[in-house]
Design a protein. Structure first.
Length: 90
């Protein structure tokens, strides 16, 4: 979940079998001389997370959406790269 993070502030890269999600949650600007009372549950600043992907993920078809602060990653399976298979004994 990335509440308060704009789409343009999120970067997703794939390199050497790793999917890197990074970005920055910017602090809200507050007008001077206006009393503000707010409780913030999440911090501000840069963030990063790296995920190791299986070889069977089709990286060319990865789909990413950021909707209402929720980052949705779809990692489709590549049926051409089957890494496990049961072989029938005859």
């Amino acid at each position: 979940m990335l509440p308060g993070v704009a789409k343009d502030d999120v970067k997703i890269d794939f390199q050497e079998g790793q999917l890197a999600v990074s970005g920055e949650r910017k602090a809200l600007e507050v007008a001077e001389n206006v009393p503000q009372f707010r409780r913030v549950e999440s911090g501000y600043g840069k963030f990063a997370r790296i995920f190791r992907l299986l070889d069977t993920v089709d990286v060319t078809a990865i789909n990413v959406q950021l909707t209402n602060g929720i980052l949705h990653l779809t990692l489709p399976f590549d049926s051409q790269k089957v890494s496990k298979r049961q072989i029938e004994v005859r």
